[in-house]
Design a protein around this ligand. Structure first.
Ligand SMILES: [Fe+2]
Ligand SMILES: [Fe+2]
Length: 197
């Protein structure tokens, strides 16, 4: 991976260690998939990679990231606003392009806005759309699935049902922004069927 991305990750990692359980794994998985996706799709990695690395740093600043309810709307809003401030500091420290930093910070501020009914921003913007696809697909990974299964208190069959029926936040108009993420969901779902059945 590009040295600059590694530097950003090294600065962001301590925040994630203080953040939600599994956040380090969540981001490491996102980084791996962004790298893979950018080989298959025409997406500007210099925006998407820092966005993936930095998008959830804000959870570390919440009073109790372990017990906080991530589905609460105020929490969602707060982690985006706090995260944007931390991201700004980190991007400045590594001397990231000013223009690109501005874009990345703006994306962080709105990355979960589907929860507030804003769907078109993901459909009209491939960077934000593909980011959202990956963020949503995390619960289909082995580690992500286990973590969410615990939070939702579901047994194996209920969890599998949840995954089968889970719709992407932008479902209905354009559920996936890329072929890559669409296929990834199919592959992961088959893997989870093996684990959970
Ligand atoms: Fe988030
Ligand atoms: Fe995330």
């Amino acid at each position: 991976m590009n040295l600059l991305y590694k530097k950003i990750w090294n600065l962001a990692r301590p925040y994630y260690i203080k953040g939600r359980p599994m956040d380090v794994e969540h981001i490491e998985w996102m980084m791996e998939k962004v790298e893979e996706m950018c080989k298959h799709e025409e997406i500007d990695e210099s925006i998407l990679m820092p966005l993936a690395i930095l998008h959830d740093v804000g959870y570390s600043e919440l009073s109790d990231p372990i017990t906080v309810n991530y589905y609460n709307k105020d929490v969602r809003r707060a982690h985006m606003d706090l995260g944007a401030k931390i991201a700004e500091k980190i991007l400045k420290t590594v001397d990231y392009s000013k223009n690109k930093s501005k874009k990345i910070i703006n994306y962080i501020k709105i990355h979960d806005n589907w929860a507030f009914g804003e769907v078109d921003i993901y459909i009209n913007d491939k960077i934000l759309g593909s980011f959202k696809d990956l963020d949503y697909l995390w619960i289909y990974t082995k580690i992500g699935c286990k973590a969410i299964q615990k939070i939702l208190k579901k047994n194996n069959l209920e969890m599998l049902d949840h995954l089968r029926n889970e719709i992407t936040p932008i479902y209905g108009k354009k559920p996936f922004s890329t072929e890559f993420t669409k296929k990834l969901r199919e592959t992961y779902l088959k893997d989870r069927e093996k684990d959970l059945l």
